[in-house]
Design a binder for this molecule. Structure first.
Ligand code: AQP
Length: 327
């Protein structure tokens, strides 16, 4: 649909999807596909920038694709595929990377954090350039992501502006879409750190496919704050504030409204309330996941890649010509 604005976003198949991914990004993916030309991608080339096991990656790619479908990504209404099956992503990353200043990459905090664990590797360093290519290869206008991706998005915008300045207006300068509430869901064990797939403490995150009793146990163990009042104060009460954000998202009620109702409720009962709302909200997703057929999902992903290759190639013909590498 060339007259509709284009949305692009990706998720790494690096583990099970957690509430941070779901609230920060994936809920928006589902909403946006109704109104925009939506393109969503399992970004498997990003997943191999840290040490990994090939068999686990293969399983995780399929599991991630299934999770996206279960959450509500609709291939009838959006384009869904594996990044590695559309080689134009990697090609454009090279064309953009040759001109990306090292100073800009040196500033990326995610590179600093991840390279502390995985070592300084070219893949991690070049990760933001590949992310820029993912977005720009589809000339996307809007990018729904959590706020941990803000710095990468800014770099993408700089890269687009630099390319346009050098070769002529080619790429829209994309805008980030983050939810007003829940752009950074925090760890249940350390509410000053973001909920993350790579945290070694499994009770720090709720997985979208956790069984109900596991969800209840994890919320019960969630770190709360001193005092006894249920109040929204990110600095003074980071644990309770994080639980309020989660409850707000799962009940579709404002934080003010929830605070008013639950202000005097004991922390233990409040955690149970949050757990119940999350279990109820995630149950239909878990059920749809179980009903998905692996062979059918693989077929859908192959079809998605075919369509995405055609669309990306149509854009790359013009890009190659501009940089002097056309036919
Ligand atoms: N805690 C979070 N709150 C809100 N949004 C989040 N996202 C991730 N964590 C949170 C958003 O989820 C989308 C997909 O993330 P990803 O898997 O591609 O990348 P990630 O940031 O590496 O995920 P993790 O869980 O944070 O993994 P690690 O542990 O490797 O750092 C993105 O839009 C992201 O913003």
């Amino acid at each position: 649909m060339p007259d509709r604005k284009r949305v692009f976003s990706g998720i790494q198949p690096t583990g099970n999807i957690h509430l941070g991914n779901y609230i920060g990004a994936l809920q928006n993916w589902v909403k946006l596909q109704e109104h925009y030309d939506a393109i969503y991608c399992v970004v498997d080339l990003h997943a191999i920038t840290v040490p990994y096991d090939p068999a686990e990656l293969a399983a995780s790619r399929l599991a991630t694709a299934k999770a996206l479908l279960a959450i509500g990504v609709d291939p009838g209404n959006s384009l869904l595929y594996y990044q590695s099956q559309v080689p134009q992503h990697a090609e454009l990353a090279w064309l953009l990377g040759v001109d990306t200043p090292l100073g800009a990459l040196n500033r990326m905090t995610q590179f600093k954090e991840k390279s502390e664990k995985a070592g300084q590797r070219l893949g991690l360093y070049a990760y933001p350039v590949l992310m820029a290519a993912d977005i720009l290869v589809h000339k996307a206008h809007l990018v729904p992501v959590g706020d941990d991706q803000t710095q990468h998005l800014e770099l993408t915008r700089d890269i687009a502006v630099r390319f346009n300045g050098k070769f002529g207006d080619t790429f829209p300068v994309p805008e980030q879409i983050t939810p007003e509430v829940g752009a950074r869901v925090m760890s249940l064990q350390d509410p000053t750190a973001k909920m993350s797939k790579s945290d070694p403490d499994e009770s720090s995150r709720i997985l979208v496919f956790d069984e109900p009793d596991t969800i209840v146990k994890k919320f019960r163990r969630a770190v709360t704050d001193s005092g006894s009042e249920v109040a929204y104060d990110v600095t003074g009460k980071p644990g309770i504030s994080n639980l309020l954000v989660i409850l707000s998202l799962f009940t579709d009620r404002s934080i003010d409204d929830l605070v008013e109702e639950y202000n005097a409720v004991q922390y233990g009962s409040f955690k149970q309330l949050v757990a119940d709302a999350v279990v109820e909200g995630l149950t239909p997703i878990r059920t749809s996941y179980k009903n998905l057929d692996d062979v059918e999902v693989a077929r859908l992903m192959t079809k998605g890649a075919l369509d995405a290759r055609m669309r990306a190639e149509a854009e790359m013909v013009g890009v190659r010509r501009l940089v002097g590498l056309g036919n």
